[in-house]
Ligand binder design. Structure first.
Ligand code: SF4
Length: 549
């Protein structure tokens, strides 16, 4: 019998991303300034700092400067200052450069960074401040005392695929804390449980998402323009699907290239990875990539709902920071600075609550007051109806967006109804406007790659002998209803070839889950039309390796 261990902390952070690390650093500084010692612990499912962190990423450096000030250190020069900004409309063969860049996409003063690199740097600094970071420890279960969050239990290790304990079995650890900070990133598995159990989204609009697919390329030197930022709209998405492309020329001759696709798309035959491949086949993109080498691949969901979709992000014994609470400006394609800022403000509220020896919902509501009373609310309020405006398609969205700029964010409609992404999915038989044309893509292994090759470049590794971490509650639905109605869209919305319908016996196709391919993007948890897929944390240490992404 192996006993469960229980640890105590003053504050427990779940997830090591920019929001939690900036928060822990601010909290540590506040404690030191007050001559107090706080026991701050942080658990992270990845094997080391930053390896699960993926973003575009062009960063607004405002909150990072606050971190530097908290630490009293110089700017480590992690990024490349943005030089030129370009915005293109793509048809299938042409690229039309807009004579101006929309104000929200102007990046003067911002930096092209690797989020993974930034996170690793923040984690190193946090550890130097005495913050304990436990890598390879996913949060598996929230410890509740009534409706109060009392901490988190980490995942067990050494459980086989059959559910039995292996020789290396280690039970999870219960970590009890006065305040638990959920910073699991987008669609966090514990945050999802928390929101649902406590009704934190009551009276709020549904959260909606996009998925971003990204590659890093080493391009030919003559094609590289350090600091150049380019955004695109149009091809390959058409006018009824929200999203666009990005190309950022980073340091060391690297180009960060990606496509973001709104998950409120209707066409069940749309293939996210295939769409990204088409983007790379566009002449302007192909020209950039020819002669270069693809180095890394990754994918990640992005919260798009904005201000009206934010759940209540504080409660008895807990706060939520970063993407998990929708601190992201989808109009600017920026979330890192808001994630860090949310963490810093949360730290101030937490420190105040601990000082008063009262970590109740009432006391932690100071976090909301700080958010509402400052720059975060100001920024999110100005774009509060942005994504909703595009529900009527690209052209309607652009008109609404123009009106929102003129009316301080209101546009034609204030807080219009918005429904969850999976409810937008049409049936295979439906006559869907702008249907994805299923011209088979031939992957040339030079510009376009199969999902298998891309997953290999994501560095993803999971132990094969562990329980499947994609829980499908009724696989009979996959074989019958879903096959008929939606044509098993999981095979196409998963960018990592995790879901495959395979013929196990003549005439009988069944779902096969290649869980070890999973790049932790969370798209399946969001877009599955029947709501039967639940993503849970796999054994600690597994997953993608986004070093440098
Ligand atoms: Fe993303 Fe789900 Fe596929 Fe994993 S299984 S890569 S979370 S869509």
């Amino acid at each position: 019998m192996v006993n469960e261990e229980t640890l105590e902390a003053d504050v427990l952070y779940v997830g090591a991303g920019p929001a939690t690390l900036a928060s822990a650093i601010r909290l540590s500084k506040l404690a030191k300034s007050a001559g107090r010692t706080l026991n701050i612990a942080l658990i992270e499912k990845a094997k080391s700092a930053g390896v699960h962190q993926l973003s575009g990423a062009v960063m607004d450096p405002s909150s990072f400067r606050d971190v530097l000030s908290d630490l009293g250190v110089e700017d480590p020069n992690l990024g490349t200052r943005v030089g030129d900004d370009h915005f293109y409309f793509l048809s299938s063969t042409q690229a039309f450069k807009l004579p101006f860049t929309p104000p929200s996409l102007r990046n003067h003063g911002n930096y092209i960074i690797s989020l993974s690199e930034l996170t690793a740097w923040l984690a190193q600094k946090a550890e130097q401040q005495g913050i304990d970071i436990f890598f390879g420890f996913p949060g598996q279960e929230i410890l509740f005392e009534g409706d109060r969050v009392a901490g988190v239990k980490t995942g067990n290790k050494g459980i086989g695929r059959d559910g039995n304990r292996k020789s290396n079995y280690e039970p999870g650890v219960k970590i009890r804390a006065k305040v638990t900070v959920f910073g699991e990133g987008v669609r966090g598995s514990l945050t999802k449980v928390l929101v649902s159990r406590l009704g934190l989204d009551e009276g709020r609009r549904a959260q909606v998402y996009a998925t971003g697919l990204k590659e890093i390329w080493k391009v030919l030197p003559e094609k590289h323009t350090l600091g150049c930022v380019m955004h695109t709209m149009g091809f390959p998405l058409g006018s009824s699907t929200f999203g666009g492309g990005f190309i950022y020329h980073a340091k060391n001759g690297l180009v960060y290239l990606g496509l973001v696709v709104g998950l409120d798309y209707e066409d069940p035959t749309l293939d996210l990875h295939g769409t990204f491949s088409r983007f790379k086949q566009h002449p302007i993109v192909r020209h950039l990539l020819e002669g270069g080498e693809m180095i890394r691949y990754g994918a990640k969901a992005i919260p798009e709902g904005g201000y009206y979709s934010m759940p209540r992000y504080w409660g008895d014994g807990f706060v939520i920071v970063g993407d998990g609470a929708s601190f992201l400006n989808s109009c600017r394609l920026k979330g890192i600075h808001l994630a860090m800022k949310s963490g810093q403000l949360a730290a101030e509220a937490i420190f105040n609550a601990i000082e008063k020896n009262d970590c109740s919902q009432t006391m932690l509501s100071r976090y909301r007051d700080l958010v509402e009373g400052g720059s975060v609310k100001h920024e999110l309020w100005g774009v509060r109806n942005f994504h909703q405006g595009f529900q009527s398609g690209l052209w309607g969205g652009l008109i609404q967006f123009s009106l929102q700029i003129l009316s301080g964010g209101r546009g034609l409609f204030e807080n219009p109804k918005i429904v969850e992404d999976h409810l937008h999915l049409g049936k295979v038989q439906d006559d869907i406007k702008g249907r994805w044309q299923h011209e088979k893509i031939v992957f040339d292994d030079k510009i376009t790659f199969t999902k298998t090759t891309d997953v290999f470049r994501s560095g993803t590794i999971h132990h094969e002998d562990q329980p499947v971490h994609l829980h499908v509650s009724d696989t009979e639905i996959c074989r019958t209803k879903c096959a008929q109605e939606f044509g098993n869209p999981c095979e196409r919305f998963c960018p990592a070839n995790v879901y495959e319908m395979v013929e196990k016996e003549p005439g009988r196709r069944e779902l096969q889950i290649n869980a070890s391919n999973c790049v932790h993007c969370k798209t399946c948890d969001i877009k599955d039309p029947y709501g039967i897929i639940t993503w849970v944390t796999p054994e600690g240490g597994g997953g993608p390796d986004y070093t440098g992404m």
